[in-house]
Design a protein around this ligand. Sequence first.
Ligand code: IDP
Length: 136
Amino acid sequence: MSERTLVLLKPDAVRRGLIGEILGRYEAKGLAVAAMWFGTIDGDKADAHYAEHVERDFYPPLRAFVTSGPMAALVLEGDSAIEVVRLLNGATNGVVAAPGTIRGDLSLSNRENLVHGSDSAESAAREIALWFPELG
Ligand code: IDP
């Protein structure tokens, strides 16, 4: 079933020059870019995106990280896009993410782990509305 998911290429991906490498993996898998945005977000936008995490101990440094420089936000579309992106991204912590995944191949960090992908259909709908209100 074709569906849409929200992907972030976080500031570490941009700083490290990995936009092409990462986007190439999604495209090679067969997902299509339906929308794209590039820029730097403020703390309010970070709080809205990570609403479920704002009370967590790891949130203040995460907030500083995601507001530290430009990011790319994308809507990717294709069969089972939500699950496929999560599988391609790999586990949250790059140290233990499986080789062959984006985080497993390219990250050694639990925070600076290059990418975000919506974790459910409900999250995808909420995040796409937040980042791309014009698609609503
Ligand atoms: P996910 O990005 O794999 O879905 P979440 O648990 O939703 O992981 O966490 C959101 C983001 O918060 C992670 O991608 C990572 O950047 C950061 N994060 C999560 N857990 C930790 C932690 O224990 N220490 C530092 N950062 C964390």
